[in-house]
Design a protein around this ligand. Structure first.
Ligand SMILES: [Zn+2]
Length: 113
């Protein structure tokens, strides 16, 4: 799998970055360094912030899953093959989205939730 070693490195770097980001988001959600506000209106604002942070966290977590999946596909030798049609995914697409698991045609015909 020599040809994908660079991609693998790149994916591992992305994972580290996301882990870092997720760690920060989690710290914020836990209010580790700021005690919960006593005032009700301030509390409401903090809850809204938590929801935004949660959404960010969920997006980062689903990206982490995709990246891990891509790394295991590299290890299994199935990286770069479209899960939809079994055709090779174009290099340009993999360069833009290294963890893509579908070719552009399949990805656009069956939008992911
Ligand atoms: Zn396809």
């Amino acid at each position: 799998m020599k040809e994908y070693e660079d991609v693998r490195d790149q994916l591992l770097n992305m994972l580290e970055e996301l882990d870092d980001r997720l760690g920060k988001i989690t710290d914020d959600v836990k209010h580790s360094d700021t005690p919960l506000a006593q005032d009700f209106s301030e509390q409401a604002t903090e809850t809204e912030n938590d929801e935004v942070l949660d959404a960010l966290g969920n997006a980062a977590r689903s990206e982490v899953e995709k990246i891990k999946e891509a790394i295991s596909r590299i290890d299994a030798g199935t990286y770069g093959i479209c899960l939809g049609c079994g055709e090779p995914i174009k290099k340009e697409r993999l360069a833009a989205v290294p963890y893509a698991n579908q070719c552009i045609r399949c990805a656009s015909s069956k939008p992911q939730a």
